[in-house]
Design a protein around this ligand. Sequence first.
Ligand SMILES: Nc1ncnc2c1ncn2[C@@H]1O[C@H](COP(=O)(O)OP(=O)(O)O)[C@@H](O)[C@H]1O
Ligand SMILES: [Mg+2]
Length: 391
Amino acid sequence: MVQEIPMVEFKDVTKFYLKSNQPAVEHISFKISKGEFCCLIGTSGSGKTTLMRMINRMNSVTKGKVLVNGQDVKTMNAVNLRRHIGYVIQNNGLMPHMTIRENIVLVPKLLKWPKEKLAGKAKELIDLVELPESYLNRYPNELSGGQQQRIGVVRALAADQNLILMDEPFGALDPITRESLQKLVQNLQRRLGKTIVFVTHDMDEALRLATKIVVLHDGKLIQVGTPEEILHHPANKFVKDLIGEERLSEAKYETVKVKNVMTAPVKINLGASLTDALTLMKEKHVDTLLVVDDDNHLKGYLSIADLQRKYPLVSTVSDILRTVSTTVGPDEYLRDNFSRILSRNGQYVPVVDANEKLIGILTRSSLVNVVYEKIWGDKNTLKNQSAKKAN
Ligand SMILES: Nc1ncnc2c1ncn2[C@@H]1O[C@H](COP(=O)(O)OP(=O)(O)O)[C@@H](O)[C@H]1O
Ligand SMILES: [Mg+2]
């Protein structure tokens, strides 16, 4: 099999800053594939910026190698390398004395693009971030913080860079602007197939945006994985803390499937008599029965009200059968079915497999346990809560 060359690869990278006898990062190895959205996350001082700036040689590598497109960055021309890698920083880095147009085409101009191509690019990019073309003639301070950062983001795309580095780009923005910029960046990345390396200390942001998360602590690599892997299998307490209690219990709940909480159905065969049905209802304390054929295919349900009305006019269950309007599959997520079940008048939803065979029921009371755990966590938390209340 031909191995695709990663967009970026860290090979046992260690960095000492001048006059420092502590490494800023040490023995870091991981790969970033083309088209990936890679978030570097860790607390302040964990080495995120150091690592990122080694990709475009704004920082040198002390030991080990950083490869971009399979080539050791040490062997490349640093200025040229930097111009071909987009770079977005927190306070947008726009030149205050240049118009938005001049800011956007700064790098393409340095790359000596022809004039018409420059003009076209400025228009294309301002459209891309949904700002009016007239803004091209404004100066940065005539735009809001969020608008400036939009320009900061597209400027990093101006020279058709395939690799873009972003260092806490939205840290200084209010939550709403931040969210709209996150969406913008995610959209651009998916639509244009860019590779993004994104530094953040915010796990929410990383989980929302990343296809790969790299967790750093004290200059060491703690864990690399997809958001799901990080969330469901945090490598240690540090990663757990970074995710936070709330998200962890949320994640536990997020992955509960129907089959994990379904209970045994009370069922009866199509050909059974109404007397059998009534006896079974009494015995199991239920007011409806699910009806199946000889192969356990779900055929409908039978209610005590219908039974009472028709008894003894008809003799078998199949005569007063009603169709079931909703079923769920065992591998569906509970979270996707919550409102469906709670909003239904009935007390439960039958669970059927791919062949329409009845394998369980999802009752309202099985949801209660899940909601309970989600809200209270484990039993100890509940004990603590009630102890607090009692005091
Ligand atoms: N220019 C520098 N000179 C000396 N030490 C530095 C320099 N930049 C960062 N460091 C040190 O390297 C470590 C990692 O810093 P940094 O990469 O900026 O972390 P982060 O971006 O995760 O907050 C810290 O201990 C920091 O003090
Ligand atoms: Mg930093």
